[in-house]
Ligand binder design. Sequence first.
Ligand code: 1CP
Length: 368
Amino acid sequence: MSGAPDPAAVRARHADGPFLRACRGEAHDTVPVWFMRQAGRALAEYREVRARHSFEEVIHTPELAAEVTLQPIRRYGVDAAILFSDIVTPLAGLGIGVTIEPGVGPVVAEPVRRMEDLVRLRRLEPEEDLPYVLQTVDLLVAELAVPLIGFAGAPFTLASYLVEGGPSRSYTHTKALMFQDELTWHRLMDLLAGVTLASLRAQVEHGAAAVQLFDSWAGALSPADYERFVLPHTQRIMEGLEDLDVPRIHFGVATGELLGLMASAGADVVGVDWRVPLDEGRRRIPVGVGFQGNLEPAVCLAPWETVVARVRDVLARAGARHDHVFNLGHGVLPPTDPGVLAQIVDLVHEEGEVRDPAEVRAEDAAHA
Ligand code: 1CP
């Protein structure tokens, strides 16, 4: 780690910014905003890098990965950066044959479906298995004027790619394994939780100031099944991060019925997708846990007057609470005009008011 910046000093530098203060439920004066998938195909400068390098090359070359992480920071004026990598990168680092196919997503040549297949999932040693990821973090934290969010895929979402062999709509093989062979299922989830925890800890040890756990596809499960088959593993990850004292954001798509359970896993902030009105989402998340969201990503493709009205609606539903982080309800869609995202950031910063936390807490207590 010679020459790498001191991670504690890096985090201290950003501690007073609105993003980390909102995540910790502390007073601040502008609503922080960042966008899931803010790096990527919406940006011409990203497409230019990708015209010369494959996705894997970008991730394996710290200078390129850092460059594409910084592109949206320069363009949008967002309050946080998110590391450019992918949720399957740690699995690829373990030597599991997983590739990112353009226009498809992660593809696993030999899916994992039986107990015998689990030998392919050994323990992750981030310094040896993912040196390029940690070097990217080092480069970024030395340069960034905003906090860096580290991230990883949660066990269910990772399992969905490993078991299906690629993106899926129904998660049939994944659920079949879950219901047919609970022992293998929990063993797989336990191994993946270990991989995710090791990857997140290493990113924080290198200076990431917050982490987001993406359980993008957990919304495919009922609350009872989520509680039985997923929650214990996610809890282990959240608990394993506690001593690092960085905000833990927990996000999934179509998780309206799971928001309370996702908070109970130990999150500091729960991401809400666009299907749930944000005030209703807030009610489903326990007091003391922050919330993030939730502009419908496709609204960014609408005429500007519509965008303005919908951004204002999200802000109104967030109630000027001190524990709100503005975001989309899922990732930026590739046809999005970057100019619109930059204008959304300005609008949120101009119009997003933040009330005194003491006032909000008194109100919460009165409603409890
Ligand atoms: O062609 C390309 O350039 C590849 C497209 C791409 C990109 C830009 C993929 C393939 N991954 C990424 C980067 C990425 N992935 C980031 C960093 C960019 C940023 O946020 O600014 C992050 C945080 C992810 C995380 C990720 N990958 C998730 C969780 C977030 C989410 O959107 O729910 C998931 C589910 C993946 C899997 C994945 N990787 C790539 C694709 C197209 C997909 C989704 C496939 C599917 O629909 O199942």
